[in-house]
Unconditional design. Sequence first.
Length: 177
Amino acid sequence: MHSLSGSKKIMIIGNCGSGKSTLSGKLGQILNIPVIHLDKLFFNPGWKEIGKPALIIKVEKEINGKPDWIIDGNYSNTIEYRADAADTIILLKVPLILSYFRIIKRRIMYHNKVRPDVAEGCKENLNWEMMVWIWNYKKRAAGKTADLIEKNKNDKTIIVLDSPKKVTGFLKELSNL
């Protein structure tokens, strides 16, 4: 049983293809909370990065003083700031093979199109760099994620969803409140 009672500031992290954007969109609809996609903030058309300092400024502008929000994405240079501001941290830990399946499916579905959770002018792509990034995510992020959860476990709601079934159950539970 997961509780989001009173929670209005939700941070979602997890591997590429873990379902962060999908979950944040569904949560936004259920809870009537605005959704912020970090990929939409970080990229200009053509997947041109705005740079880390500019991202930090954009994230601060998006969440400072706002009563409620859902923000999805990893971006380690803003993760502590977002975690400090959040009431709830949701970690998606789906199996690696599912992440790969989803990004391949996403590539097919959005071929030559722009997904709604990325910046305008960023057509869906799939490259070797992304495949390697997904493969190394657990090794690269495990320590940081564990530290983040440990640091926040006493004053934040921490929700770990490690299967599509648990995500579905979580959303169903919230829909029935």
